[in-house]
Design a protein around this ligand. Structure first.
Ligand code: SAH
Length: 288
């Protein structure tokens, strides 16, 4: 058993002092626009390692390496760490601070622009910038990754694990859960970072699953889901009718929709499977 925070042999004060020392030495300030909030609590580092079951043979991708705090600990456990950072000012810091590790490859780049092959066969472990949570998550879950353990803004994390019929349930939930098993591991207080962000976070683990049903055109399906969620409180009957009008879709008469089993259900109560059933009906793939 891992005693909280003890697996990492450094105190919070020491981590904070290191961050301040590095910022001062390189004459840097944390940039808000790049979501730069650096980890200062050893518990979070320990949890990353524990929940990703990190060991010798592993290859790791870290998104937004920052000042390299987490990077070092990942490199001590794993075979190889690809540390991605898009602020060119931090690249020099990373190169110098991590110079004694020969298994870290520092990559200057925007993770959203890099080819997703970088995730192939890797564990993705990081405190990434929250601004890109949605595109980053979809990029990860559509790649050949092994698992990911990432911090997210609490609000976004709650959306990923929400159940049908609740306020947080939406297209993010449906989209992510189609591709991945989502586990809410730990709430992460904002005090775990310096400078302290405005919002709390949560640690989430994603693992690939075999999708519950096959889609010929994933984009088309998720586009459909997104449209229906823009009428989230409306009944299926009403939402579908609006959808059909908007798309000038004449494939299926409205009378038929009124006879459907789900017709009076509210959109935000539909399960992933029910969205698929509706989709099949509307696309004429399935009779009513
Ligand atoms: N993981 C570090 C730093 C977290 S701050 C730690 O926990 O201490 C997030 C980092 O992501 C910042 O260093 C920021 O410059 C970087 N970043 C922001 N957008 C990025 C993007 N699109 N691609 C790669 N890195 C990005």
């Amino acid at each position: 058993m891992l005693v909280e925070g003890r697996a990492i042999n450094i105190s919070r004060n020491q981590l904070l002092a290191d961050i301040k020392r590095i910022l001062k030495r390189y004459n840097l300030r944390a940039f808000k626009k790049y979501s730069q909030n650096f980890v200062i609590d050893p518990k979070l580092i320990a949890w990353h390692i524990q929940y990703s079951d990190l060991n010798e043979g592993d290859r790791v991708v870290e998104i937004g390496a920052g000042l390299g705090t987490l990077t070092k600990y990942l490199a001590e456990k794993a075979e190889k760490v690809y540390a991605i950072e898009f602020d060119s000012k931090l690249i020099q810091v990373l190169q110098e601070e991590l110079a004694s590790y020969n298994n870290i490859e520092i990559i200057l780049g925007d993770i959203l622009k890099l080819n997703s092959e970088i995730f192939e066969g890797t564990k993705i472990i990081s405190n990434p910038p929250y601004k890109i949570s949605s595109p980053l998550t979809f990029k990860i879950i559509q790649s050949a990754y092994i698992l990911s353990v990432l911090t997210y803004q609490k609000e976004f994390a709650e959306r990923m694990v929400a159940v049908p019929g609740t306020k947080k349930y939406g297209r993010i939930t449906v989209g992510v859960q189609y591709y991945a098993k989502v586990e809410y591991l730990k709430p992460i207080p904002k005090s775990f970072f310096y400078p302290m962000p405005k919002v709390d976070s949560a640690l989430i683990r994603l693992t690939p699953i075999k999708p519950p049903f096959e889609l010929d055109d994933e984009n088309d399906f998720f586009d459909f889901v997104r449209h229906l969620f823009s009428f989230r409180n409306k009944s299926v009957k009403r939402a579908v009718s609006l959808y059909l009008k908007h798309h000038e879709f004449t494939g299926i008469p409205e009378e038929k929709i009124k006879q459907m089993e789900l017709t009076n259900q509210r959109i935000f109560r539909l399960s992933l499977q029910q969205f698929y059933e509706l989709y099949q009906i509307i696309r004429g793939l399935k009779g009513i």
